[in-house]
Write a protein that binds this ligand. Structure first.
Ligand code: NAD
Ligand code: UDP
Length: 319
């Protein structure tokens, strides 16, 4: 296939480029570098099956030649209010990437009769009242809350995707991605894993927002990419959760990182840093992914962290 990936220079987008090139496809990468980096795709420059365009997906997308699949991943993704690349500080760009960017990406798929895959998120469940989260749970999101620029943009993106499927017959898919980590995460984007791993490798206490009893379920990037590619190759049109169902508290997560890195500085509790409407519990129910895609994650937290640490050491100048 000839595959367009928006957000190709980001953490997940760049890993998807690698995997789809490995599978023998041609990849057209598109990104405006608002939160991604050239470094993430530098190794692909010169690959004759890869082309790259610097472009903002909120503007009309023109692709020369045929397109067989469109994967729409372009969007700021970090919820940390202090991070310049977080969506709190890019509210309008985030809403435009989710709304106009999805519209433009769907347009490319429609005109090319291509398959389409939307990167949605566990955030569409908001602070969930159903646990673990199944795809039929409609969510608990405040449309004017601080996280709404991201959550509602993704919810709109899902609705628009289904509208193109139902009205125009576009061959769409929706993946709801739960917290994922791995090499090429932006060390400065303020998410839990980059903050914790950076702090641990520098021998600093890990900054726990609130009491650390809120939970998350962390998936290693290779597992996630495997699930997404299976969904792309499938004919499933309804949303599918992809994430690791092993739930743990943020404090347990921090302690695991300290243990693995040998960091003796412990943790520090920053009660006021916890953002408003930070979800209290999050865990994917992956029954649909198991049944429809025959997918489940294989990489343990320990193995995933071991594979991520060298990237962070290199970026921090420690290796
Ligand atoms: P990222 O910030 O590393 O990647 C996003 C990429 O999109 C960046 O390269 C950025 O420059 C690009 N981008 C943003 N707005 C753009 C625009 N208007 N035009 C062109 N490019 C634009 O984040 P990520 O973690 O790789 O997330 C990728 C996608 O996956 C996002 O849509 C995000 O919502 C979704 N997602 C990620 C996670 C996760 O745990 N990493 C969880 C749920 C959903
Ligand atoms: N968090 C934390 N310390 C940090 C960064 C994040 O305790 O330095 C918490 C955050 O409040 C949230 C969880 O870790 O409860 C996961 O945050 P992340 O930013 O990774 O993404 P989210 O799951 O909220 O989308």
């Amino acid at each position: 296939m000839r595959i367009l990936i928006t957000g190709a220079a980001g953490f997940l987008g760049s890993h998807l480029c690698d995997k789809l090139l490995l599978d023998g496809h041609e990849v057209i990468g598109l990104d405006n570098f608002i939160t991604g980096s050239r470094e993430n795709i530098a190794h692909l420059m010169g690959n004759e099956r890869f082309v790259f365009y610097k472009h903002d997906v909120s503007n009309y997308i023109y692709v020369r030649g045929r397109v067989d699949a469109v994967l729409h991943f372009a969007s700021p993704a970090s919820p940390n209010p202090k991070s310049p690349s977080g969506y709190f500080n890019l509210p309008i760009q985030t809403m435009k990437a989710g709304a106009l960017g999805t519209h433009n990406s769907l347009g490319v798929a429609k005109v090319n009769k291509a398959r389409f895959l939307l990167a949605s998120t566990s955030e569409i469940y908001g602070d969930p009242l159903v646990h673990p989260q199944t795809e039929d749970y409609a969510g608990n999101v405040d449309p004017v809350g601080p996280r709404a620029v991201y959550d509602e943009a993704k919810r709109f993106a899902e609705s628009l995707t289904m509208a193109y499927h139902r009205q125009h017959g576009v061959n769409t898919r929706i993946v709801r991605i739960f917290n994922t980590y791995g090499p090429r995460m932006d060390l400065e984007d303020g998410r839990a894993l980059p903050n914790f791993l950076k702090q641990a490798l520098l021998g600093q206490p890990l900054t726990i927002y609130g009491d650390g009893q809120q939970t998350r379920s962390f998936c290693y990037v290779d597992d996630l990419v495997d699930g997404i590619v299976r969904l792309l190759y499938s004919d499933e049109h309804m949303p599918v959760n992809i994430g690791n169902p092993v739930e743990m508290s943020v404090l347990q997560f921090a302690e695991a990182i300290n243990r693995l890195t040998g960091n003796k500085a412990g943790v520090t509790f920053l009660a006021k840093e916890r953002s408003e409407r930070d979800p209290q519990r999050r865990q994917p129910d992956i029954t649909r992914a198991r049944t429809i895609l025959g997918w489940e994650p294989k990489v343990s937290l320990e193995d995933g962290l071991r594979q991520t640490i060298p990237y962070f050491q290199k970026k921090l100048g420690l290796a």
